[in-house]
Design a protein around this ligand. Structure first.
Ligand SMILES: *Cc1c(COP(=O)(O)O)cnc(C)c1O
Length: 223
């Protein structure tokens, strides 16, 4: 079932778009099934769960952290996380740098942008991200590498609105690339699109989609 779902999703991805299998709230057996079907990139949104699954599953999995991240939890994932999608402050960026340095690593991160209409979504506004980059502090953080942007669209059936929000992210990405990262080849990713909107996202510049329920089914929040 999971293997079939995975293959079905992968068959719909455009060339160059990578799949993060969002496995939060699903048991390790479900992840193992996806792993056996060839999936190597998994996304989790709670630190404790991420660490437990990392300890239980094969070494060659690339673990992405996609949830809201508190600075005091960074240390638990710094030794192994391969990409943090949800950087929304300089403070967090500095903490990731500090913990990555302790772990003797360089950790890749995405800056999370807030473009959705909902108040509740985390992330920088476009103005805030420009202000942060103008501040220049990030340039001295040698153990983090900013590799792109992440965003979520509004949870709505209005596909034009969703497409418009994704276009906003793409436009900002191009602008930031030109102004701050023109000499940095690693700044190349846009993480956007979930089960309900990844097909739209990949038409509007996404290079990385985060798909959960279409692969693993509905999440059971009761445990
Ligand atoms: C849970 C989650 C997803 C996956 O959502 P689905 O609708 O299950 O595909 C993607 N991105 C983030 C940030 C999430 O928290």
């Amino acid at each position: 079932m999971i293997a079939e779902n995975l293959h079905r999703v992968k068959a719909t991805l455009k060339p160059g778009v990578r799949l993060v299998a969002v496995s939060k709230y699903h048991p390790v057996e479900a992840l193992q099934e996806a792993y056996d079907a060839g999936q190597r990139v998994f996304g989790e949104s709670h630190v404790q769960e991420l660490v437990a699954k990392h300890d239980a599953l094969p070494e060659d999995i690339q673990w992405h952290f996609i949830g809201h991240l508190q600075t005091n939890k960074v240390k638990y994932m710094a030794p192994f996380v391969s990409l943090i999608h949800s950087v929304d402050s300089v403070k967090l960026l500095k903490e990731i740098n500090k913990q990555a340095q302790k772990a003797n690593r360089v950790v890749d991160v995405l800056l999370q942008l807030h473009v959705a209409a909902e108040e509740t979504k985390f992330g920088f506004s476009p103005d805030e991200v420009v202000e942060m980059l103008d501040g220049g502090e990030w340039k001295e953080l040698l153990n983090v590498r900013i590799v792109g942007l992440m965003a979520m669209a509004t949870n709505t059936d209005d596909e034009e609105q969703i497409a418009g929000e994704f276009e906003q992210v793409r436009a900002l990405f191009e602008r930031l690339k030109e102004h701050y990262f023109s000499d940095k080849a690693e700044f190349k990713d846009i993480s956007m699109g979930m089960s309900g909107d990844y097909l739209i996202a990949q038409e509007h510049g996404s290079t990385m989609v985060r798909v959960g329920s279409m692969i693993f089914g509905e999440r059971d929040y009761s445990h």
